[in-house]
Design a protein around this ligand. Structure first.
Ligand code: ZN
Length: 282
């Protein structure tokens, strides 16, 4: 049975966005390295700020590797011009992800276009354009990890909300390994039939994100809790994913505008590491 050292080295990942307000690209990587965290998921705005070349150099010398880029997609705007712009942007993001060694790009659909009430239209465009991205994903060697998000952010982040919908889309698109799913416990912990949908997703699960849902949350997107502070049985959901064949990293992703983002980054990563070990150690 692996000890804490093994779990930490082999599976724990902390998303760069967890240090959103306190660190730039380099500072976040250096902070993870100080605490023995060897994997991160890169936040796209921080990558663009640093530039892929500089980001690669920072990662190469650090002992921290980038496993994933968050987030691409944003595929719902109507019109041919918007479609072309979205596809072009995603191709650039896939290339940038490849340049820093990421195995996947977390992909969200985007929300409802300004002035539109056509939810099904937005879903259809996002699904079609996701399919259009597959050749470039294959060519770049970066897998697309479709991430459904909590229904409270359907308006502005994701027009699909359940793992069941993500599974349906993958069935309909019929892609190979270049398309899979990012399972975020914060987004889908409430979903009826979740265990069944995780089993159905099986080895399509590429990324496992976790956080906690605070009972009295002040913001459904930007008030995520640390595992142990809320209502999500993260360990049980990971168990379901592992029974479905998942063997990847355990990724902590905290958006917390009034709490964790305001704290000292070393304090955040120290506490995050302790919580992850407590939550997930065998
Ligand atoms: Zn996520």
């Amino acid at each position: 049975m692996p000890g804490h050292g093994d779990l930490l080295r082999e599976r724990l990942c902390i998303h760069q966005v967890t240090l959103m307000e306190s660190c730039d690209f380099r500072q976040s990587v250096e902070c993870f390295a100080r605490h023995g965290i060897e994997m991160t998921a890169v936040w796209r705005a921080k990558l663009e700020e640093a530039g892929p070349g500089a980001a690669r150099a920072i990662l190469d010398g650090s002992g921290v590797r980038a496993i994933s880029l968050c987030a691409g997609g944003l595929l719902t705007e109507p019109g041919d011009e918007a479609a072309r712009a979205a596809i072009d942007a995603n191709r650039r993001w896939l290339d940038a992800a490849a340049a820093i060694g990421c195995a996947s790009m977390v992909t969200i659909t985007g929300g409802m276009p300004e002035g539109s009430l056509d939810l099904e239209g937005a879903r259809g465009r996002a699904r079609d354009r996701l399919a259009d991205l597959l050749p470039h994903a294959r060519a770049s060697g970066v897998r697309l990890a479709l991430e459904p998000l909590h229904p409270a952010v359907c308006g502005y982040r994701s027009v699909i909300s359940t793992l069941g919908e993500a599974n349906d889309w993958l069935d309909e698109i019929g892609a190979g390994d270049e398309l899979g799913i990012a399972l975020d416990t914060y987004a889908i912990w409430w979903e009826p039939g979740l265990s069944r949908e995780i089993a159905r997703a099986g080895r399509r699960i590429i990324n496992f994100h976790c956080a906690d849902w605070l009972r009295e949350t002040s913001d459904v997107r930007l008030d995520r809790g640390m595992p142990g502070d809320g209502l999500i049985d993260n360990r049980s959901i990971l168990g379901d994913a592992e029974r479905a064949g998942f063997r990847g990293a355990i990724e902590l992703e905290i958006f917390s505008v009034n709490n964790w983002w305001r704290r000292d980054p070393d304090e955040v990563v120290r506490i995050a590491r302790e919580r992850m070990l407590r939550c997930f150690s065998p």
